[in-house]
Design a protein around this ligand. Structure first.
Ligand code: MG
Length: 385
């Protein structure tokens, strides 16, 4: 029985993780979870998983309300609450399914407590990849990817040696605007951006797919997860999202992982690794539904944030934290209808070019960088008014 702590239980990855756990109650036991503001969902989960003794919510008022209803539970709140969950002793696997920079500290804490980490929060690697990898080495902790592309690569690497890898090929759907020119992007709306053709995901990641900032982050994520240099990471636009990523070996053999665009597959593999469990949803993937698969090279001029991934990733330091902090803030301004779609790219690139570089940042310096980047974007927005 694997005991699981889940951060972000009410989000897109979180609810699918709950689905996987509840279909394999003989394998997994949920011992603690966090939700943001979805208190109703917290109530349901408390009832569904009576062995849960500790939870965390976003704000103090909600925590107080739930404490009255469920006096036998320990209820934390805020970013500190997430760290408290990571510090628990009675669990094996830490699933981080929250979005954003706030995922970094809890992951570091879980690693320090020698827990296996199943990671959907790519921002922890984008912003603090060096800290996370060093901590994993120091505490002998394994990190399993939940991100579908990285799960695919992880699966394609099984039984092979990294020394024999020529390159990894990360596939990208191209997001909701992949067929639009840059001129056509000037006045696109939030609703159009949120309409992803293949995957149902949270708001931020859907916008990040449309700018390909998500793919940029995934390139950096792959670099840290698999210890592979950036010139051995390729991105290929593959609009069907059937091939979830590939590994090319030195004998020119390419191994691909293929399947439905269903996040429960990578979630379940990260939880059950090295075993594979029965999948409980409808039908397996059917090739005859996809008689044609397409692959094209991404255009860096069309998707400048993707090119930034290689610049930011190779230079390292606090640049990942700058890029992510600026993007988090810009996407939230876009989702609030305050800035235009193309402003996201402009603000992120300007932040990268403006905010002071730190070559070997500490955790505190990354936190400061994150604040600076957000403030920079907010100021840009005010200037534009
Ligand atoms: Mg992904």
């Amino acid at each position: 029985m694997k005991k699981i702590v889940l951060l972000g239980a009410s989000g897109s990855i979180g609810t699918q993780t709950i689905d996987v756990i509840s279909h394999h109650l003989d394998e997994f036991e949920l011992v603690a979870f966090s939700v943001g503001y979805n208190i109703e969902n917290a109530r349901e989960l408390i009832k569904q998983f009576p062995l849960v003794k500790v939870i965390s919510v976003a704000n103090e008022n909600d925590a107080n309300e739930l404490r009255k209803e469920f006096p036998y539970l320990t209820i934390h709140f805020g970013d500190k609450g997430l760290i408290e969950l990571a510090k628990l002793n009675n669990y094996d696997t830490f699933v981080s399914a929250i979005v954003g920079f706030r995922g970094l500290e809890p992951v570091l804490e879980a690693i320090k407590h020698c827990k296996v980490v199943a990671l959907a929060n790519k921002e922890s690697l984008v912003t603090g990849g060096t800290l996370v990898k060093n901590a994993c080495k120091e505490y002998g902790v394994a990190l399993y990817p939940i991100d579908s592309e990285h799960s695919a690569i992880f699966q394609c690497l099984q039984g092979n040696s990294m020394k024999e890898v020529d390159k990894i090929i990360v596939t990208a759907s191209g997001g909701s605007f992949r067929d639009k020119t840059r001129e056509e992007l000037v006045n696109v709306t939030k609703q159009e951006a949120l309409n992803h053709p293949n995957w149902k995901m949270g708001g931020r990641i859907t916008i990040d797919s449309a700018t390909m900032c998500n793919k940029a982050f995934e390139v950096i994520e792959a670099h840290y997860l698999f210890d592979i240099p950036f010139d051995k990471i390729d991105v290929l636009i593959h609009k069907e999202s059937v091939v979830h990523s590939m590994v090319q070996y030195r004998d020119h053999s390419i191994i691909a992982q293929i399947g439905s665009a269903d996040m429960r597959i990578p979630i379940q593999y990260a939880l059950s690794y090295p075993n594979r469990l029965q999948m409980f949803n409808d039908k397996p993937f059917d090739f005859t539904n996809f008689p044609e698969l397409h692959f094209t090279k991404p255009d860096f001029k069309r998707f400048p944030l993707l090119e930034m991934a290689y610049i930011v990733g190779k230079k390292g330091g606090n640049l990942g934290a700058i890029m992510n902090g600026a993007d988090e803030e810009a996407v939230s301004l876009f989702l609030d209808d305050k800035i235009k779609f193309l402003d996201i790219e402009d603000f992120v690139i300007e932040a990268i070019n403006t905010i002071p570089f730190i070559a070997e940042p500490t955790l505190q310096e990354l936190i400061d960088t994150d604040h600076l980047s957000r403030e920079f974007v907010r100021n840009k927005f005010v200037e534009k008014q």
